[in-house]
Design a protein around this ligand. Structure first.
Ligand code: ADP
Ligand code: MG
Length: 319
């Protein structure tokens, strides 16, 4: 059973950044307004995510660590229209299978917090305000083969920071702070979207990008896309969100590349932050366990809409 859990964990937990991603997802689902991420050794030694969300009643803490236990959907029907980040109830169980995990939480109705140690199952009183702290130590300590695949701490740290940045771009209404080894690496305060983009991606990106906004039938497209002359050799500043969820989608990136096709040469890549809102029934987010891929019901329409929105924003002729 332990082995089965560890194999299943491999689908969800690839590296420290995957843990950060899932824990921040949960914090957002819990309605957090402020999220603090504290890392040691690039997240390999320790990841602590603290939120001021709704918290978990002590009686439900053990359930949070069970596989396929989710408080977020109650029926197959809801699966179709899922709006929370998590919904499979896999993440915490998967992370706990390959680390030393503890979770301290205080629900609004509770007189104090309780801490649950995943390994021992021990539940003890703890001190914290309303909200949840999840601590993940020694990732992959019991699966050395997996641990060997981790890169340097600096690289893992960069991925962790990137995971938080991806969330931060989608949720300017939430404050984020990232600490590493006791030093504050990044702090993004609650702000309007444009300010959040500026904070997260920098003045340079703002100066070399244009606002995009379009509302073709059944869709809403917004964000900023980089000017062709600011294109880079690497695709490291491409952020796409579908209904607030960060995704990697070939269809959308292809739509954008098509818009730029005539003006970008030599494999250079445009930067962009693109938000797509679409009726949940027209997109399947349940394709992949890490939820990073989506499937559109009308792929061609989305492709064309994205392409046209980009062409308009850049004042390029529509092809
Ligand atoms: P999922 O997010 O898919 O439901 P997870 O394994 O990530 O599954 O989390 C399991 C459950 O634990 C959640 O459904 C939620 O009830 C609870 N939980 C986890 N993290 C938090 C948090 N930060 N705040 C409140 N509840 C949480
Ligand atoms: Mg989750």
């Amino acid at each position: 059973d332990e082995l089965v859990s560890q194999i299943a964990a491999g689908e969800v937990v690839e590296r420290p950044a995957s843990v950060v991603r899932e824990l921040v997802d949960n914090a957002l689902d819990a309605g957090a307004r402020e999220i603090v991420v504290k890392l040691m050794a690039g997240g390999v030694r320790a990841i602590l995510v603290e939120d001021d969300g709704a918290g978990i009643p002590a009686s439900e803490l053990p359930l949070a660590l069970k596989r396929h236990a989710t408080s977020k959907i109650a029926s197959l029907d809801e699966l179709e229209n899922v709006s929370t980040m998590g919904f499979r109830g896999e993440a915490l169980a998967a992370i706990a299978a390959v680390s030393e995990l503890s979770i301290a939480s205080r629900h609004a109705d509770a007189p104090h917090a309780q801490r649950l140690d995943a390994r021992s199952g021990e539940l003890v009183p703890a001190a914290r305000g309303v909200g949840t702290s999840v601590e993940v130590r020694e990732l992959f300590f019991s699966t050395p083969a997996r641990r060997k695949f981790l890169k340097t701490d600096a690289t893992e740290l960069a991925h962790c920071l990137e995971a938080v940045r991806r969330h931060a771009l989608a949720r300017p209404d939430v404050g984020f702070a990232v600490w590493h080894e006791g030093k504050l690496l990044a702090q993004w305060r609650r702000a309007p979207l444009e300010q959040r983009i500026r904070d997260a991606l920098g003045e340079d990106f703002m100066a070399h990008s244009r606002e995009v906004t379009a509302q073709p039938t059944g869709l809403r497209i917004s964000g900023r896309i980089g000017l062709p002359d600011a294109a880079r050799a690497r695709a490291d500043e491409q952020y796409v969100y579908v209904n607030g969820r960060h995704v990697r989608d070939r269809l959308i990136s292809h739509g954008l590349r098509t818009a730029y096709a005539d003006v970008l040469h030599g494999g250079r890549q445009p930067s962009y932050v693109l938000f797509i809102e679409i009726a949940p029934s027209r997109v399947d987010v349940n394709v992949h366990p890490t939820k990073i891929e989506v499937r559109f019901r009308d792929g061609r329409e989305v492709h064309q809409a994205v392409r046209h929105a980009a062409e308009d924003a850049l004042a390029l002729p529509r092809a």
